[in-house]
Design a protein around this ligand. Sequence first.
Ligand code: TRP
Length: 447
Amino acid sequence: MKIAHFSRWGFLMAAAGSAVGLGNIWKFPYITGEYGGGAFVLVYLLTVAVVGFSVMIAEMLIGYLGRRDGVGAFEELAPRHKERWKYAGFMGLSGTLVMFYYSVVIGWIFYYITLSFGTLPASIPEAEGIYNTLMTQGLGTQIFFHTLAFIIITAVLVRGIKGGIEKFNLILMPALMMIIAGMLIYAMNLESFTKALSYMFVPDWSKLTSEAFAVAVGHAFFTLSLGMGAIMIYSASLAKDSNIVRASLFVIATDTLIALAAGLVLFTFLFQYGAEPAKGPGLVFISLPSVFHAMGLVGNVLAVLFFVALAFAGLTSSVSLVEPMVQYLIDRWNMSRVKAAVSMGVFFYVFGIVAILSLYSGTAEYFTWGGKSFFDWSDYMTSNVFLPLAGLVMAIFVGHVIEKERVAAVLQEHMGWFYPIWRFSVRYIAPVALFFVMLNLIGVIEF
Ligand code: TRP
């Protein structure tokens, strides 16, 4: 199998592009708002540092040593029972299922970019009206913008690692960082910035319920793109002699900084104009647009920039969610890249339409089971089941199955004294944490 190599920056931008996504700019601020701020943020940061970092290295290592599609990498690295470990690799292909709703949300963002050029909603109820109308009645609008997302993502995947994924990330990621940095500087000059700072960083432990705790840990994994083969498949294209410890640090630092910056910007704006921080998923689509309206013309400029940044974040992550399946089809089914990318594109496109129908007032009842729409199920299953489960299996695989010497040969030199600590974390802390969090997230246990 031939796998093209990323350039050094190309890899860092692609891996950071995967990690920085809707999770950072859309989800992180609203769950922080829902679960009460500071304490939630601290649990999240702690998980990223302790568990996220060790699993990130583990996942990069599987890709880097395996040098092939996710399923092949497990087969290649398992010292015995190769046929069984192959199934662990299949779990890493579940990213495409995230796309069922992810692409739809990118569609909404495109729609909000177009709105930002005109008159923004003047009040929260008006903004709510626009959002709800889009969800429940805007069938054509949603399908149109979902189609646009599908075309862009598929076009990038068709062009492959070098000409597609690397190039796309090398352009979009720096642009995204500049927009967020610019908005942060703007927010710093507003009076409410200090309020946003204390909201996000001064913990109120009484607000930390067990659910908040599990959600914080779960989000730490989601935002780092762990457990779904994305980081793994990119690492299969890392040049030999790369330092995956340093690369992990870079990706984690970038992801965390962008999430924190996005949170600070949003909360500053919300506090400055008296909007509620705990607004749920509608935070950036309801509260924020009315805040932008209150800012006048500057608000329109900020709105366009904000939604463009959000779209960029979503698109670069999307590419990484589908690439594992594309590479799998190329390697295992001998498909051409074009055919593989287009089939996977059509696959998530069609289910994306089902997700749209599951929100649309005329058809919602046919696509809702157990009180959850198909849209919600796709989020629920991927974030709460597949992702922690695959993360758990990866940690066990690297910690207990791959020969010690093989792991040490790559990592020890780059890690030094930290190596035993990392190993302990991958072998014990990460699996135990993931196991309990998963049980909590799917409602089996409470703690
Ligand atoms: N990390 C992305 C975000 O924060 C989502 C994502 C992209 C992802 N690739 C992934 C999540 C792979 C899990 C696995 O939005």
